[in-house]
Write a protein that binds this ligand. Structure first.
Ligand SMILES: N[C@@H](CCC(=O)N[C@@H](CS)C(=O)NCC(=O)O)C(=O)O
Length: 222
């Protein structure tokens, strides 16, 4: 399989699928393209129907949109979703909520793994989305945690992959979290695939002002 991804420093959607493949230990070839937060990039059209990354090629067949790629992988690896039907339903609800939502937070706090910023009080709309994510993580850990792992539903699942870039955003922009959510963030930051992606991102040299200029707004480096 070939996975087309964007720059590791910036491409939050790419991270989701890359860590799922790493978690599964699947052999894949990584194909990196340059992304700059464009709404539409015609240069990507030959590699992805939606002209975006990530896009998985399985023997040349394209699967795009991160949640659809995750589902494609889950067909062969059902344990990417929790086993219990209610836990599985909840994992799907919150994954869909992530895929479709949190646009204000994603715009206000773009993923940029080279930053560790002082942070600031978010705007009310962004704060509302942060609060909702804290609620999602807290309820999942409270109601569905199992001894098999420190992740939202115990073992690592698609839901964790979907929220992985939010973990980075909270870390980068110094967002304060209550204890259960903070424990989950720390468990994710320690995941070997998250660390590997981060190390690769730090080695990248490509920079985009539209993502980098935001540092000033958040009080600069901490
Ligand atoms: N809904 C899509 C979003 C994918 C997306 O927005 N990808 C960005 C990179 S993170 C992209 O390809 N942008 C094109 C560009 O900036 O050139 C998904 O879930 O895969």
């Amino acid at each position: 399989m070939d996975l087309y991804i964007g720059n590791k420093n910036y491409s939050s959607w790419s991270l989701r699928i890359w860590i799922l493949l790493k978690h599964l230990g699947i052999e894949f070839t990584e194909q990196m393209v340059s992304v700059a937060g464009r709404e539409y990039n015609p240069a990507l059209k030959p590699i992805a129907g939606n002209a975006r990354v990530p896009c998985l090629h399985d023997e040349g067949f394209q699967i795009w949109e991160s949640i659809a790629i995750a589902e494609y992988l889950a067909e062969r690896h059902p344990d990417l979703w929790p086993e219990d039907p209610r836990a599985r339903a909840r994992a799907r609800s919150i994954s869909a909520e992530m895929h479709a939502g949190f646009a204000n937070l994603r715009r206000a706090m773009p993923m940029n793994l080279k930053f560790r910023l002082k942070g600031k009080q978010p705007d009310p709309v962004v704060q509302r989305e942060i609060d909702r994510i804290i609620e999602i993580w807290t309820e999942a850990r409270r109601d569905f945690a199992t001894p098999e792992g420190p992740y939202l539903f115990g073992p690592f699942s698609i839901a964790d992959a979907m929220y992985a870039p939010i973990v980075w955003r909270f870390h980068i922009y110094n967002v304060e979290l209550p204890p259960l959510a903070a424990d989950y963030r720390d468990a994710m930051l320690n995941h070997s695939a998250m660390r590997e992606w981060h190390a690769d991102a730090l080695d990248e040299t490509e920079a985009h002002a539209n993502f980098d200029d935001i540092a000033k707004e958040y009080g600069g480096p901490r």
